[in-house]
Design a protein around this ligand. Structure first.
Ligand code: ASP
Length: 269
C-alpha cells in the first residue's frame, strides 16, 4: 500500500499571543480528525477554522473586533485545488462565516457581501450568534482581550490542497471596510502546487497580491521556508503586521513579524 501524506497548519493571526497556541493546536487536531474521517479537504479546512472562530481569544467569529461604530462585520474565504472558491464580506450575526464561505462555493457566485450574504446564510440554515456571543455584548467577552488577528488554515490531504481564512477585520475600521481575506489571491490561494494563508494588515497584503505571488513561487519549485522568508521581507514590521502559513506536497513553513499562535501537523499514513 502506498504511503499517504497529510499536512495541516493553522494560525491565530499576526499578533496573536504565543500562549494561545493551544487554540491553534485544537483546530489542527480537529482538521486531522476530519481528514481521517474522509471529509473533503475544503470541509477539513472549514472545520479547523470554525474551531478558531468559536474561540473568543481570536479575531474571528465570536472574537471578532468591533468596527469604529461598534458593529461587527466579518470576512471569510475558502479555496481548494479543485478550482473551488467562495467568500463572504462584511457579514454580520453569523457564528461561523467560514461555513457561509463554504456554502458560497456550491453556488454560481464567488463572493457575497453584507445583507445579501446574511440572507443567503440564513436560507442555508447556518447558525447565528446568540445575543451573548455577539462580540462586545456577552458577559464573558472582553474586547480589550481580543487583540489578535485573523485565523486561518492550510491543508493537504494527500491528494488536494485547500486554504481558509476568517476575520473580524481591523479593530476600529470604518464600517464597510473589506480586507484581503475575501479577495482571491490576496489573503489566500490554493492550487495543485500548494496552499497559502496570510494574516496581518489587509490593505498591504492586498496591494502585494501576496497569496498568489507566494503560490507562484511554490509552483516554480521554491521550498516553503524560502517563500516565507522572501514574502515576509516585503512587509516593514514597524508599519505592517504580517504572518503566513504555507504548504506544498513536501513540507510547510509558518512565521510572522509579530508573535503568532500557530500549529502544524504532518503525518504519514
Ligand atoms: N488580514 C485581515 C484584514 O485585514 C486582518 C488580519 O489578519 O490581521 O482584514
Amino acid at each position: 500500500m502506498s504511503e499517504k501524506k497529510y499536512i495541516l497548519l493553522t494560525h491565530g493571526g499576526a499578533g496573536s499571543k504565543n500562549e494561545y497556541q493551544d487554540g491553534a493546536r485544537k483546530a489542527a487536531d480537529t482538521g486531522i480528525q476530519a481528514i481521517n474521517s474522509g471529509a473533503s479537504v475544503m470541509d477539513v479546512v472549514c472545520q479547523a477554522v470554525a474551531v478558531l472562530e468559536n474561540d473568543s481569544r481570536f479575531n474571528a467569529g465570536v472574537g471578532s473586533h468591533p468596527r469604529a461604530d461598534g458593529s461587527v462585520e466579518m470576512d471569510a474565504a475558502v479555496m481548494d485545488s479543485l478550482g473551488n472558491f467562495g467568500a463572504v464580506a462584511v457579514i454580520e450575526g453569523f457564528k461561523n462565516p467560514i461555513h457561509v464561505a463554504n456554502a458560497v462555493t456550491r453556488t454560481q457566485y464567488k463572493v457575497l457581501a453584507g445583507q445579501g450574504a446574511a440572507t443567503f446564510a440564513q436560507k442555508a440554515g447556518l447558525e447565528t450568534m446568540t445575543k451573548d456571543q455577539i462580540p462586545g455584548t456577552g458577559t464573558d467577552f472582553s474586547t480589550t482581550d481580543s487583540s489578535t488577528d485573523t485565523v486561518g488554515c492550510v491543508a493537504f490531504d494527500g491528494t488536494n490542497f485547500a486554504a481558509g481564512l476568517s476575520t473580524g477585520g481591523i479593530k476600529g475600521a470604518i464600517p464597510g471596510r473589506v480586507g484581503d481575506v475575501p479577495l482571491i489571491g490576496c489573503g489566500l490561494y490554493a492550487g495543485t502546487a500548494g496552499a497559502v494563508a496570510a494574516t496581518g494588515d489587509g490593505e498591504t497584503i492586498a496591494m502585494h497580491m501576496t497569496a498568489i505571488r507566494a503560490y507562484q513561487m511554490l509552483e516554480r519549485g521554491d521550498a516553503p521556508q524560502k517563500v516565507l522568508d522572501e514574502v515576509i521581507s516585503w512587509f516593514h514590521p514597524e508599519d505592517d503586521a504580517f504572518g503566513l502559513i504555507l504548504i506544498n506536497r513536501n513540507g510547510y513553513a509558518g512565521g510572522c513579524n509579530r508573535s503568532m499562535a500557530w500549529a502544524a501537523v504532518s503525518e504519514e499514513k
